[in-house]
Design a protein around this ligand. Structure first.
Ligand SMILES: [Zn+2]
Length: 113
C-alpha cells in the first residue's frame, strides 16, 4: 500500500484528472505532470458485481473529488459513502479511498454521528 494516489495535471492550464493522458483534454498541451494526492470527498459510489481481474466478489467503486481539484475513480473502503471525506492510497497501482479520520471537533459526550 502506497500513501496517496496518482493524479495528472496540465502545466499549461491546470487541468487535473485521471487516468494519465498524453495530451491535455482541455487545452491540448503535452505538458502533463504526475501529482500524488492524499485527500478528497466521495461524489458517487457504486457496487461492481462482476469485474475483470483479481477481485472476487463485489467491489465498491467511487468517483472522488480530489482536494485541490480534479477527479479520479477509486476502490472504496468500508465505512465511506457519498459525501465522505477520504484519504487516498494505492494498492498495486489501483487507487483506494478509505474514510478519513474525523476531526475531533465534538465536545466530550456530544454525539458524533
Ligand atoms: Zn491543459
Amino acid at each position: 500500500m502506497t500513501a496517496g494516489a496518482r493524479l495528472w495535471r496540465c502545466r499549461a492550464c491546470d487541468w487535473r484528472g485521471a487516468p494519465e493522458r498524453i495530451w491535455c483534454p482541455r487545452c491540448g498541451a503535452d505538458e502533463i505532470e504526475e501529482l500524488r494526492v492524499e485527500t478528497g470527498t466521495v461524489e458517487e459510489a457504486t457496487i461492481v458485481r462482476r469485474s475483470v481481474g483479481g477481485y472476487p466478489g463485489t467491489t465498491r467503486m467511487a468517483s472522488i473529488a480530489v482536494d485541490g481539484g480534479g477527479r479520479l475513480i477509486a476502490r472504496l473502503g468500508a465505512g465511506a459513502g457519498a459525501g465522505s471525506a477520504v484519504r487516498l492510497e494505492e494498492d498495486g497501482g489501483v487507487a483506494v479511498a478509505r474514510p478519513a479520520k474525523r476531526a475531533r471537533h465534538a465536545a466530550v459526550g456530544e454525539a458524533t454521528t
